[in-house]
Design a protein around this ligand. Structure first.
Ligand code: NG6
Ligand code: CA
Length: 524
């Protein structure tokens, strides 16, 4: 074979054989099921009794349930940014909760979680909520033309998404580069600045809404629900809120079916249980908690459908499933849907303080379950693991060493994820747009001065004074007793460490070796 032929043919053949090979022990399929606003206490396997989640519980029973699993932020966009890039979102301007017409915040060409999988020969798909922006920011997105860059430009082979959130326009699905179901003669216009003449809005048409708003959500009215932002046109393309779970699940199942013979990575992001909570009628009334509880049941159904499909195709043994949430729980997040009134004794945040938007634990400590039959011993793990660790961890799983420059906060926690080690990270930064960062290091939790949010909506925000709050999570997981005054040295140490992480970046770290002794509680 001459050199030219060899140079051309061999890589092509290698790529072909890699792609054609089915999932294997070093390249299992990966399904990441990413819930929205689901709290630590919202599943029955995490202690809920007012709602039953048999499918999530099955995952937990057959897998490893983490008690210190973290998203990286107390809201959606920054958490998702970290999952896909391996970088803490507080490092980058413009990663806060995005409007539906925002530009893509991940630079095409950057090392991303899906790109890592792609390099290992996986087929990759993003299905469901995106909320990381679309378009290049140079010009406004044309919702009637090609919408890019987006998921396909940052490592996904296929995408079927909503641009932002269920409560933000445009209320349409985008498949790859195109809005689905758009018909000629009814183009879509979107604006977050001005309303469109003649269109209903949530203020003047409030009485006609089928779900009243409590704050915000009073601009465009789509399907009788007030939204954030204005839109016009695209009538045939509008989603139906009560069908969204089924639509996303169907596309997820189709993707699994299509790719069953080669390794795949499915990034499956449900719209549940974010507002507006509009579960399908068949789930309405399944709990006594109203729409929020019923949306949890709908989420659990989606999980069940995916597990069933893996079983049917005999892929379960070759598939690592991870389930988690993008931030902690919230009750009234802008609509009058009974979430507060019907809560009863249910504790969405479990034993933790705060919730969505908060630097207290419940903002970022979320359900976190890993199942890989035959590889991950079922049980409960106290290892500290973060979603920001996915890029480094899955690079390790697939035998790769991608350039670390832009994923500097991602730690390889593979041994912890597989249950081979009892310890994962030794610290994690928790972040809320309001107030900024806090730090958990071992069992210590330090919240520097600044704003912090309390409660699950309506909230109470207040200033934490100097020198900040310190909690001993081992003795006090609910962050009820500030021990900063008794431990001034610890406060100084953690403040300095946080400052160093903040300023210098977080040097790549490996997870702690298994069995490492935890730091003594009162050491300073
Ligand atoms: C807030 C919205 C809230 C929710 C949140 C983003 C108002 C008053 N509140 O601004 O309803 O959409 O943004 O949630 O508009 S997240 O889970 O996507 O981060
Ligand atoms: Ca969220």
């Amino acid at each position: 074979m001459n050199r030219l032929l060899r140079n051309l043919l061999l890589p092509a053949l290698a790529a072909f054989s890699m792609n054609a090979a089915a999932a294997s022990a070093d390249r299992p399929n990966i399904v990441f099921i990413y819930g929205d606003d689901i709290g630590y206490g919202d599943f029955s396997c995490y202690g809920a009794t007012a709602v039953q989640t048999p499918n999530v519980d099955r995952l937990a029973r057959e897998g490893l349930r983490f008690t210190s699993g973290y998203c990286s932020s107390a809201t959606c966009t920054p958490s998702r940014y970290s999952v896909l890039t391996g970088e803490y979102a507080f490092r980058k301007q413009g990663t806060g909760v995005l409007p539906g017409d925002a530009a893509l915040i991940i630079e095409p060409g950057r090392v991303t979680l899906p790109a890592i999988f792609k390099d290992a020969g996986y087929r990759t798909a993003a299905i469901g909520k995106w909320h990381l922006g679309l378009g290049d920011g140079q010009r406004e997105v044309d919702w009637n033309g090609d919408i890019k860059p987006g998921p396909l430009e940052v490592g996904f082979d296929y995408s079927f998404i909503m641009a932002a959130t269920g409560d933000r326009v445009p209320c349409v699905y985008v498949e790859n580069h195109r809005v689905v179901g758009l018909v000629a003669g009814d183009p879509i216009s979107v604006s977050y600045k001005k309303s469109f003449a003649g269109e209903p809005d949530g203020v003047t048409d409030r009485a006609a809404l089928r779900m009243n708003w409590s704050h915000g959500h009073n601009q465009a009215v789509v399907n009788g629900i007030g939204r954030i932002g204005y839109m016009k046109g695209g009538q045939a393309a509008l989603w139906h809120d009560e069908d969204m779970a089924d639509v996303f699940v169907k596309h997820a199942l189709d993707f699994i079916e299509r790719e069953k013979d080669r390794p795949f990575f499915l990034y499956f992001c449900t719209q549940d249980i974010h507002v507006p909570r509009v579960p399908n009628p068949r789930f309405v009334g399944q709990t006594t908690m109203g729409a929020r509880g019923d949306a949890i049941v709908e989420f659990d159904y989606c999980v069940g459908e995916i597990l069933k499909k893996l079983d049917q195709l005999k892929l379960a043994g070759n598939t690592l499933v991870i389930l988690s949430s993008d931030n902690g729980p919230v009750l009234d997040d802008g609509y009058v849907d009974g979430a507060n009134e019907k809560l009863g004794a249910h504790k969405p945040a479990g034993p933790f303080r705060g919730g969505k938007y908060s630097r207290f634990e419940a903002g970022t400590r979320v359900p976190f379950i890993v199942r890989w039959p035959g590889k991950v011993q079922p049980g409960v793990s106290e290892a500290m693991v973060g979603q920001v660790d996915f890029p480094a961890t899955f690079a390790a799983l697939t035998g790769q060493k991608p350039a670390r420059a832009t994923m500097s906060d991602s730690v390889n926690v593979l041994p912890a994820l597989l249950g081979e080690s009892k310890t994962g990270r030794d610290h994690i930064v928790e972040y809320a747009q309001e107030g900024g960062v806090s730090l958990r290091a071992g069992d210590w939790k330090f919240i520097p001065p600044g704003l912090v949010r309390e409660k699950l909506g309506p909230w109470k925000s207040y200033q934490i004074p100097e020198p900040g709050l310190l909690f001993d999570l081992a003795a006090d997981p609910g962050e009820t007793k500030d021990v900063a005054a008794e431990n001034p040295g610890k406060v100084r140490e953690l403040a300095a460490r946080l400052e160093q992480i903040r300023n210098a970046g977080n040097p790549p770290a490996e997870a702690q070796p298994s069995g490492k002794k935890r730091p003594g509680k009162k050491q300073q």
